[in-house]
Write a protein that binds this ligand. Structure first.
Ligand SMILES: NC(=O)C1=CN([C@@H]2O[C@H](COP(=O)(O)OP(=O)(O)OC[C@H]3O[C@@H](n4cnc5c(N)ncnc54)[C@H](OP(=O)(O)O)[C@@H]3O)[C@@H](O)[C@H]2O)C=CC1
Ligand SMILES: O=C(O)C1=N[C@H](C(=O)O)C[C@H](O)C1
Length: 266
């Protein structure tokens, strides 16, 4: 049984991850974290959730629980994930990072931590999206710049980052298929008199509202036809199941940065 720590236990993904790990025959919870000052901190997890005692502490200082863990599953905030990467590296535990909105500076710190322990990171941990990444690469490689590529995503009203991590994964896949660097062709947040679309650009658009779990379209639009590759997530369990799979897959792996394509063998 692999001992797991879940960070951000009260969050949308934290709660889903707790359910998925609790239901697993291959993993068990050794601790969960919440940010300092959160009302759950200091309580037993079961009691905090309004259920019976689980024997799992909710702590704000992750050091207390990471020492007993083989893997940490982390869907929180960029600052929290960077701090956790250092702790997980010290404990030589597998760190699964689902957090999105990471800056280049955050990514550099995560890369440094991965010199000491395995880190699996992906902006989307579902099988469906990772398959769509591969399909996007293939379609982009088959089409020339007569086909304008646009990535459109929709998420719930609470989401704080845009474009979504998934949209960026899909944009990077499209750029790779075309043999270009996304940084050179990325066009996001159009507003006002932006001028006509530049040939070869990869555009991004974000919709925020209600309780949308996560929807992504990759559109290849040419004169006379349009190809649309679409993924609709309707249940956060798809992300949580992928994250647990990554935590188990990472056991025994050497230090380094991995993604869900590695985990899923895609
Ligand atoms: N890769 C993937 O497949 C997916 C990625 N995500 C990403 O995961 C992240 C979280 O999403 P979601 O669950 O919806 O967000 P939530 O805001 O619901 O949850 C985040 C949780 O982390 C807590 N937190 C913040 N800082 C710390 C800290 N230092 N230590 C411990 N806990 C902390 C927050 O507490 P508080 O609210 O009190 O600050 C909150 O409970 C986002 O970046 C999102 O984009 C989401 C779904 C799938
Ligand atoms: O914040 C979310 O909810 C989600 N975030 C991830 C992203 O940024 O792509 C994955 C999923 O779409 C849900």
């Amino acid at each position: 049984m692999t001992g797991i720590v879940i960070t951000g236990a009260s969050g949308r993904m934290g709660q889903m991850l707790i359910k998925v790990v609790e239901a697993s025959d291959h993993a068990h919870l050794v601790g969960v974290t919440e940010r300092e000052g959160h009302p759950w901190v200091g309580q037993d997890l079961g009691v905090a959730m309004g259920q019976s005692e689980m024997g799992v502490p909710v702590v704000s200082d992750a050091i207390e629980v990471v020492k007993d863990a083989q893997a940490i599953i982390d869907f929180t905030s960029p600052a929290a994930s960077v701090a956790m990467a250092e702790l997980a590296a010290q404990a030589r535990a597998v760190h699964v990072i689902g957090t999105t909105g990471l800056s280049d500076g955050d990514l550099a710190k995560i890369k440094a931590a991965a010199r000491h322990a395995p880190i699996v990171r992906a902006g989307n941990m579902s099988l469906g999206v990772n398959l769509l990444v591969q399909l996007t690469k293939k379609v982009a490689a088959a089409l020339d710049e007569d086909y304008d590529i646009e990535v459109v995503e929709a998420h719930h009203r609470h989401k704080v980052d845009a474009p979504s991590g998934t949209a960026l994964m899909l944009g990077e896949a499209a750029a790779e298929g075309r043999g270009v660097d996304l940084n050179d062709v990325k066009d996001s947040g159009r507003d006002g008199i932006t001028g006509a679309r530049k040939r070869g650009d990869i555009g991004f658009a974000a919709i925020r509202g209600g309780d949308v779990v996560g929807e992504h379209d990759v559109i290849f639009a040419a004169d006379g036809e349009r190809i649309v590759l679409r993924h609709l997530a309707t249940d956060r369990a798809v992300f949580a199941r992928g994250a647990l799979k990554a935590a188990l897959w990472g056991q025994g792996k050497g230090p380094g940065e991995y993604d869900m394509l590695d985990v899923l063998g895609l």
